[in-house]
Design a protein around this ligand. Structure first.
Ligand SMILES: *Cc1c(COP(=O)(O)O)cnc(C)c1O
Length: 513
C-alpha cells in the first residue's frame, strides 16, 4: 500500500497505530525486495503466508486478473472452476512464449517474474548442493525423460544439416530405467548400449583416490567407450547417469567428460536424483571443469520434493542452456516453476542446506542397519561404495531355500518377487526386487538381457532401497524393522513348506517299506 493510503487511514484510526502497521509492512516487504534484487535463496525460509502473498501479488500483475480487463484474444487465461483458480493462485497464463520458454509474456508480468525467479533460485540451489560453477538453469515443465529428449534435440539441431545426418548415435551407459533410454530414442537418435564393467575395477584415472574395487559394483566401462570413440564420425553424444539403483555406481562423469572433450562429442548427464548427493555434485562440477559436460538434467520432484512435472536443465555454459530454452515449442505450464519457487523460498538456504545435510547424516546409520538385518537372515549388503543413495541386499539365502522347496528357476524367482510384495503389503514402498529374468526384455525394439540389474548376468538376486532426500530417520528405522520381520516371515513360510515336503517324503518312504 502506498503512502497516500496510510495518510488517509491515519485520519480515521490513531496515527501511531497506523504508523506501526506501516513499519511492519515495510519490514515484511524487505525480503521480497531482496529477492527481486538479488535473485538468490533467502538465508532463512519464508513462512507459507509470505510465499502465498508473493504468488497473489504476482498474479495481480497478470492481465487475466485486472478487474476491468476485456479479453478479445484466443487465449485470455480464463479459468472456469474456482477450485482450479485457487489451486493456481489465479496464475493462468503459463510461462514462456512461442519462441522461448524463458521469454517474458507481455500479458503476464507476474507469471514471467515468477518464472525468472524460479530459474534463478534453482541455479542457486544447485550451487549450494555442490554444482558450484554452474552459470545457468532453466526449469522445464516436463519430467526428466522428456526433458532429456528436448535437450538432445536442441543440441543436435545446432549441427549443420549434413553433419546432423551423419551423427546419429548416442552412446548410452546402460542403466535399467526406461525414461532416459526412451528419451534418447524419442529424440531420433540411435542408442548404442555400453555395458558396465562387472569386474569392479576402478577407472584408470582415479585408482589412487578411490575406495578399493568391489566386484559387487557395476562401473562405467571407460575402456569400451574410448575404443568406440576411435572411430566416431557417427557419434553425437554420450549419455551418462549419475543417480541409479545399486549395484550400479553413478557413472564416472569425470572420465567420460575427458573422453568427450578429447573426441569432440557431446556429453549429456542424466542426474535424475543426484542433486541430493554431495559426492555426485562434486564429480559433475569437476567433470565440467576438466572435460566436457554440455548439460545436466535433474528431476524437480526427486530433488526438491515437489509433485512430479518438472526438471531442471543446467550447466556451466549459459549459451547451451539458453539454446535449450529457445527450442521449447510454445508456452508451458507455470506449475513446475511455481512449485519449485514456493518450495525453495519456504526452505531458504538454511533449510535446503539442512535437508541435504540430514540425508548425508543418515547414510551411514542406514547402511549399517541394513547390513545387520541382512547378516541376521543369511544375506549380505552388496558392496557398492560409490553409490551413496541406493543400497542392495542379496536374496541369495532366501533363493537357496526356495530352491530346496522346488528346484525350478521360475519358482525361485517368484519367491524373490513375492518378498517385494510382502514388503509392499507391510506398507513399504520403493524397494525393488531384481532376480534374473530368463527372457530378454524388449524396449522400443532393443533387446535387454537381465533387465533390472543394468547388466546381462548379475550373479545374485537382490533388492534395493534408498536413503533419499526427505526420508525421516523414523521412516528409515521403521523400514529396517519391517524388513527384519518380512525376512523372518518369508523364512518361516519356506521352513514350513520344507517340513511338509520332508514329512510327505518320509511317509512316502515308510509306505514303500
Ligand atoms: C527418475 C529417473 C528418470 C526420469 O524419469 P521421469 O519419469 O521422466 O521423471 C530418468 N533416469 C533415472 C535414472 C531416474 O531415476
Amino acid at each position: 500500500m502506498d503512502a497516500a493510503f496510510y495518510d488517509s487511514a491515519a485520519k480515521l484510526v490513531d496515527a501511531h497505530v497506523v504508523d506501526q502497521a506501516r513499519q511492519v509492512e515495510k519490514t515484511n516487504r524487505r525480503p521480497v525486495q531482496e529477492l527481486v534484487d538479488q535473485r538468490r535463496l533467502p538465508t532463512k525460509g519464508w513462512s507459507d503466508d509470505a510465499v502465498e502473498k508473493l504468488l497473489r501479488d504476482c498474479a495481480a500483475m497478470d492481465s487475466n486478473n485486472f478487474e476491468e480487463n476485456v479479453g478479445v484474444g484466443e487465449r485470455e487465461a480464463r479459468v472456469l472452476s474456482g477450485v482450479v483458480r485457487r489451486r493456481h493462485f489465479g496464475l493462468a497464463h503459463g510461462v514462456g512464449r512461442s519462441g522461448d520458454v524463458a521469454a517474458v509474456q507481455p500479458k503476464a508480468a507476474g507469471s514471467s517474474l515468477l518464472a525468472k525467479l524460479a530459474n534463478a533460485l534453482a541455479l542457486d540451489a544447485l550451487k549450494e548442493a555442490g554444482l558450484v560453477e554452474f552459470r545457468r538453469a532453466v526449469v522445464l515443465p516436463c519430467a526428466t525423460g522428456l526433458s532429456l529428449s528436448l535437450c538432445l534435440l536442441a543440441l543436435r539441431n545446432q549441427l549443420p544439416p549434413t553433419e546432423r545426418a551423419k551423427k546419429s548415435k548416442a552412446l548410452w551407459c546402460r542403466v535399467d530405467q526406461k525414461s532416459c533410454f526412451k528419451g534418447i530414442l524419442l529424440a531420433g537418435l540411435e542408442a548404442e548400449v555400453v555395458a558396465p564393467r562387472t569386474d569392479g575395477s576402478a577407472p584408470i584415472h582415479n585408482r589412487k583416490t578411490q575406495p578399493p574395487p568391489s566386484s559387487d559394483e557395476l562401473r562405467t566401462n571407460l575402456e569400451a567407450l574410448e575404443r568406440r570413440l576411435q572411430n566416431n564420425e557417427d557419434v553425437f553424444c554420450i549419455v551418462t547417469t549419475t543417480s541409479c539403483f545399486a549395484p550400479r555406481a553413478p557413472d564416472d562423469v569425470v572420465g567420460v567428460a575427458r573422453l568427450c572433450l578429447k573426441h569432440n562429442v557431446r556429453h549429456v548427464v542424466n542426474n535424475a536424483y543426484g542433486v541430493q548427493c554431495s559426492k555426485t555434485c562434486a564429480q559433475i562440477a569437476r567433470a565440467s571443469r576438466v572435460g566436457r559436460v554440455d548439460v545436466v538434467v535433474a528431476s524437480t520432484d526427486k530433488n526438491f520434493l515437489v509433485p512430479v512435472g518438472g526438471a531442471v536443465v543446467a550447466g556451466n555454459d549459459a549459451d547451451i542452456i539458453d539454446t535449450i530454452g529457445r527450442a521449447y515449442p510454445g508456452r508451458a505450464s507455470a506449475t513446475p516453476c511455481v512449485d519449485l519457487l514456493a518450495t525453495l523460498l519456504g526452505l531458504g538456504r538454511n533449510g535446503w542446506r539442512s535437508l541435504l545435510d540430514e540425508r548425508e547424516a543418515q547414510l551411514e546409520g542406514f547402511r549399517s542397519s541394513l547390513e545387520d538385518v541382512a547378516r541376521k537372515h543369511g544375506e549380505r549388503l552388496l558392496d557398492t561404495p560409490h553409490n551413496r543413495i541406493s543400497f542392495g541386499v542379496t536374496l541369495s539365502a532366501l533363493a537357496a531355500k526356495a530352491r530346496r522347496v522346488k528346484d525350478d528357476d521360475n519358482a525361485v524367482r517368484d519367491r524373490c518377487t513375492k518378498f517385494g510384495s510382502m514388503l509392499f503389503t507391510r506398507c513399504v514402498s520403493g524397494t525393488r526386487v531384481v532376480a534374473r529374468e530368463t527372457d530378454a526384455k524388449d524396449i522400443a525394439g532393443y533387446s535387454f538381457v537381465g533387465w533390472g540389474a543394468s547388466c546381462d548376468d548379475y550373479p545374485e538376486p537382490y533388492f534395493t532401497a534408498a536413503c533419499a532426500l526427505g526420508a525421516s530417520g523414523r521412516e528409515l528405522a521403521d523400514f529396517v524393522g519391517r524388513l527384519d520381520r518380512a525376512f523372518g516371515q518369508a523364512h518361516k513360510q519356506l521352513d514350513k513348506e520344507l517340513r511338509r515336503r520332508s514329512d510327505s517324503q518320509d511317509s512316502l518312504s515308510t509306505s514303500n517299506l
